[in-house]
Design a protein around this ligand. Structure first.
Ligand code: LMR
Length: 410
């Protein structure tokens, strides 16, 4: 009965990783998957993470027992504080329900199940382009997705008119997925002047927002700066609608494989006579049921590390330094690449590499240029032209720039 199952193509991103690891050319450069590399091109374990791991192992009560279904409270409470801010009204009013998730993907999976069950019939609007997994996750629950304009390729800027137009023309109460910061794949975020307009327009249509927050602190080195959109979103949108936030700790803690994250559901502001704790308990029970059937209970190891860092002032301080180390190295690589392309006289304007933020640059290179980069120069990018700037370092920058120059001129 299984003989005719069709074989599917390899996942685009993990396929790049596979091809590049098999590539024997010693000058190869992998700018595919979004994972930070140090100046020697190697994975980096954050010093704050190393210290937290050591402390956990030295604890005489160290064990591998099950966590509760909704995860480690020290993690989810600490996670909510960094995301929404200690002074958040929603936090103080008990309007935020936070549970642990299998990184951002797990949180998105929880929200997709929640939408399928309680908001059935509403489409989820995704930016065009967006992280490939977004569409795939909602598809698993038969939640309809639509695209909203985001990237204007002619100018390499935000298609603000298209974006606002889509918000206005979507049926009231639709669901919009927004990247909290460091948009993947474009590295292009709305400005602090554009966000209020976007959020006000969403509010005027009573749309429900899902924030995908995968780069807080990693993008700019500042947790507060990278939480700007989420916090403004709570101010502007939570008057009448719930907000969902999917939070990943893969990038900002460099714990890619440990799958640590949280899902937060922010209830709208309530009338004084409403019993918030009752709603809270009901939603929490629904989330537990989703999590129980998916993973039974959340994984403990990575969660303990992140919780340890979030709850120890010294480790938190070190972690902030670590995020600055990562974000500033990436910024300097952005400048170095742009400058080198300018120096080479590579046709085109490369300033967008510097103005974009976070892990990625949407270079504007075409799929055939990307293919030539891989086959002729062993430089690996996503076919959309997305490059993980974190994969650049002083040792490979020249090769990458010259290779880009060659394929652009070819
Ligand atoms: C990426 O976009 O490269 C990362 O978010 C890794 C992933 O899981 O796709």
């Amino acid at each position: 009965v299984l003989n005719n199952i069709p074989q599917l193509p390899a996942d685009a991103l993990f396929g790049i990783k596979q091809r590049s690891s098999r590539d024997a050319r010693d000058f190869k450069v992998d700018l595919g998957i979004g994972a930070y590399r140090d100046e020697n091109g190697r994975p980096w374990v954050l010093p704050s993470v190393r210290s937290a791991e050591k402390a956990i192992h030295e604890d005489p009560l160290y064990n591998h027992e099950y966590l509760a279904i909704n995860g480690l409270p020290e993690l989810s409470i600490g996670a909510a504080k960094i995301l929404f801010g200690e002074e958040s009204h929603a936090l103080k009013e008990g309007r935020i329900i936070s549970v642990q998730s299998i990184s951002g993907t797990g949180a998105l999976h929880i929200v997709s199940k929640f939408v399928a069950k309680f908001l059935a019939g509403r489409a989820v609007y995704l930016s065009e382009p967006t992280w490939a997994n977004h569409k795939a996750i909602f598809k698993t629950q038969n939640v309809k997705t639509e695209a909203y304009p985001y990237w204007k390729s002619s100018t390499k800027t935000l298609d603000m008119d298209g974006f606002l137009g889509a918000i206005k023309s979507a049926p009231n109460g639709s669901i919009f997925l927004l990247h909290a910061c460091a948009h993947n794949p474009t590295g292009l975020d709305p400005s602090k002047e554009q966000w209020p307009t976007i959020l006000d327009t969403l509010a005027s249509k009573e749309h429900i927002v899902i924030f995908d927050s995968a780069y807080q602190g990693f993008a700019s080195g500042s947790l507060d700066n990278d939480a700007f959109a989420v916090r403004l979103g709570l101010e502007k949108l939570a008057k009448s609608c719930p907000i969902f936030v999917c939070q990943s700790f893969a990038k900002n803690f460099g714990m890619y494989g440990e799958r640590v994250g949280c899902f937060h559901l922010v209830l709208p502001q309530q009338d004084a006579n409403v019993d918030i704790s009752k709603i809270n308990r009901a939603i929490s029970s629904q989330l537990s049921t989703i999590i129980r059937s998916e993973v039974s209970n959340s994984p403990a190891y990575g969660a303990k590390i992140v919780a340890k860092i979030l709850n120890s002032p010294d480790l938190t301080k070190q972690w902030h330094k670590d995020m600055i180390t990562m974000s500033s190295r990436i910024t300097s690589m952005r400048h170095a690449l742009r400058d080198k392309l300018v120096e080479l006289g590579t046709p085109g304007n490369w300033d967008h590499i510097v103005s974009q933020c976070g892990m990625f640059s949407y270079t504007g290179l075409t799929a055939s240029m990307v293919e030539r980069l891989e086959t002729q120069h062993a430089v690996y990018l996503v076919s959309s032209g997305r490059a993980s700037i974190a994969g650049l370092n002083k040792g490979n920058l020249e090769h990458v720039a010259k290779s880009i120059d060659e394929v652009v001129r070819y």
